[in-house]
Design a protein around this ligand. Structure first.
Ligand code: 2AM
Ligand code: CA
Ligand code: CA
Ligand code: CA
Length: 257
């Protein structure tokens, strides 16, 4: 099937799922933890993943499916696959903090070919197609060309990975010396949209999962930016990775001193 048609069908289902988030009954969200007290899931995470799984596999029945919830963790190494985070920013969602997104990537042999991220609170639909650029609500987007001294650094601090806190904050301290200001949204996929849209200059977070960064990494690269591991090596979509995304004029060598 034509990629352009797949892209519009993905947007349609993602938009519907966004309506579910906006209409959520937060008093009865069915909040549970997945082992650690701060690793949350709600009935909305599960319901949205179920809808996405069914509808995306209707669009491309041959595809594999990798989603955060309910142990649907198929390999994406070969052939077509969907990589889905039904709600990125679940803690924000539980708090009704209104900063959570739906993230869907389509991959071919482990490479992202389509990325869709929807922020229902801002009604912003981010899309990227490999080799064809990135857009927000149909308008092309570009990463920032500011240097870090005039820039904002976004970060995720991995409070749920206690063993990574010291290293996260060490890197954050380095960023505080280089950048104009610092932000933490609580949604890695949203942070990648923010970099792709040129609203901030650099993002890093240690040990993200494929569903956190698959779609967003294509958005950033198609918007003219760079996405690597924090150590500067190339990212691989099928496994956990510490992500660093940036605009065109950011020198991130200080992160590796
Ligand atoms: P989530 O809301 O889909 O779980 C923010 O630091 C990023 O970390 C978000 O993308 C968030 O995704 C993810 N995150 C939050 N809690 C987490 C946990 N317990 N384990 C791994 N990732 C988590
Ligand atoms: Ca989660
Ligand atoms: Ca996530
Ligand atoms: Ca999630």
């Amino acid at each position: 099937m034509e990629k352009i048609m797949i892209l519009s069908e993905i947007q349609e289902v993602v938009r519907e799922c966004g309506q579910l988030m906006l209409r959520a009954d937060h008093a009865h969200a069915g909040v549970e933890n997945k082992g650690k007290y701060n690793d949350l899931v709600t009935r909305y995470d599960k319901a949205i993943q179920d809808i996405l799984q069914k509808r995306l596999l209707d669009i491309a029945p041959d595809a594999h499916f990798l989603g955060e919830e309910e142990n649907v963790h198929e390999s994406i190494a070969k052939g077509r696959a969907f990589v889905v985070d039904p709600i990125d920013g679940t803690t924000n969602f539980v708090k009704d903090y209104k900063c959570s997104v739906i993230s869907v990537a389509m991959t071919m042999d482990g490479e992202v070919t389509l990325g869709v991220i929807y922020n229902p609170y801002l009604d912003e639909m981010y899309t990227a197609q490999k080799g064809k650029g990135a857009s927000c609500n149909g308008i092309p987007i570009h990463v920032s060309d500011h240097v870090l001294h005039e820039g904002i650094v976004l970060y995720g601090s991995a409070s749920y990975y206690r063993e990574l806190i010291d290293e996260s904050f060490r890197l954050l301290r380095l960023c505080a010396d280089e950048a104009m200001d610092i932000r933490r949204s609580g949604s890695a996929a949203w942070d990648l949209c923010t970099i792709a849209a040129g609203r901030a200059e650099m993002f890093f977070e240690l040990r993200l999962q494929p569903w956190d960064f698959a779609a967003g990494s294509l958005l950033v690269t198609e918007a003219g930016g760079t996405v690597t591991c924090v150590d500067g090596s190339p990212i691989a979509i099928g496994k956990p990775c510490s992500i660093l995304a940036k605009g065109t004029q950011v020198d991130d060598a200080f992160m590796r001193k």
